[in-house]
Design a protein around this ligand. Structure first.
Ligand SMILES: Nc1ncnc2c1ncn2[C@@H]1O[C@H](COP(=O)(O)OP(=O)(O)OP(=O)(O)O)[C@@H](O)[C@H]1O
Length: 265
């Protein structure tokens, strides 16, 4: 997918904290992602990954700072923030009567003037996103008539049409078959490399996280249990301690860890 290359922007998160119903669910999370970098947030159910991501998107009350390209996100209004950051939730709520094309075009909203209608450039950005995700054939389909995996790709399509500089993805491949998982992760990786889009994604698949991200943050009960390059974070010791899982971890030919679950007796 090619689009206009804009000034790249990195992410700086300092001492992020989120409290829900009086309980801290993210504590003292600090991380930095260079422009064009990919950070994966990993950790067991309830570790605080989605909460941290929502806070980075400005959608959850939090303490600490989130800066994108040096700009404090807390100081930006919704539209300004949406030109910089796109967020795709784990289970997006899609308006059932809208078509795929109309929905993806909504990604252009932050770029339109007040009361302005989408123009040719906006339609091109939406068409690029649809094509890149193999959704061209679905463009006229209503959102209520899509499978779970198609819905997930449509939500990502809207975010790509937004042409953000930071892309926040909550479990972007959870509903996708193996081929579409690779297609989506490869696409995001291409945008990262080609346009220096900065990516933060929560991922349950540790092998995929290690294959695609250049750094991982492992959360456990809201705290950072480990952070760094994949080979340092995805280890048998850490995975068994934090997830309570039996696994073998072996490097692939590129040295990235591959996790194999091992059946108990
Ligand atoms: N609205 C809420 N009120 C109170 N606690 C909440 C609320 N939403 C989530 N939590 C709790 O916050 C903690 C972190 O949840 P979060 O969804 O961030 O975890 P996660 O790592 O993304 O989990 P999962 O892998 O299951 O999606 C969990 O203990 C969860 O039960």
């Amino acid at each position: 997918m090619t689009g206009p290359v804009r000034e790249p922007a990195g992410l700086d998160v300092s001492r992020l904290g989120v409290e829900l119903a009086g309980t801290p669910v993210v504590r003292e999370l600090s991380c930095a992602v260079a422009p064009g970098g990919w950070l994966a947030l990993i950790g067991p159910n309830g570790a605080g990954k989605s909460s941290a991501l929502r806070a980075m998107a400005g959608l959850a009350r939090h303490t600490g700072g989130v800066r994108v390209g040096g700009t404090d996100l807390g100081r930006l209004r919704g539209r300004e923030r949406a030109r910089l950051v796109a967020y795709v939730p784990q289970a997006p709520v899609l308006p059932p009567e809208m078509t795929v094309r109309e929905y993806v075009l909504l990604g252009r909203t932050p770029h339109l003037g007040h009361l302005a209608q989408p123009g040719a450039r906006d339609r091109e950005a939406a068409a690029r996103a649809l094509d890149a995700l193999g959704l061209g054939a679905f463009a006229a389909r209503r959102l209520s008539a899509l499978s779970g995996g198609e819905r997930q790709r449509v939500a990502l399509g809207r975010a790509l049409a937004q042409e953000p500089r930071l892309l926040l993805l909550d479990e972007p491949t959870s509903a996708l078959d193996l081929g579409h998982q690779q297609q989506v992760l490869d696409l995001i990786d291409g945008l990262r490399a080609g346009q220096r889009l900065t990516v933060v994604a929560t991922l349950h698949d540790l092998t995929a996280a290690a294959q695609y991200a250049d750094q991982l943050v492992l959360l456990d009960h809201g705290r950072v249990a480990a952070a760094g390059p994949p080979a340092e974070v995805v280890t048998e010791r850490l995975v068994s301690r934090v997830y309570g899982a039996r696994v073998r971890v072996a490097p692939d030919t590129a040295g990235r860890p591959v996790v194999t679950p091992v059946r108990g007796r």
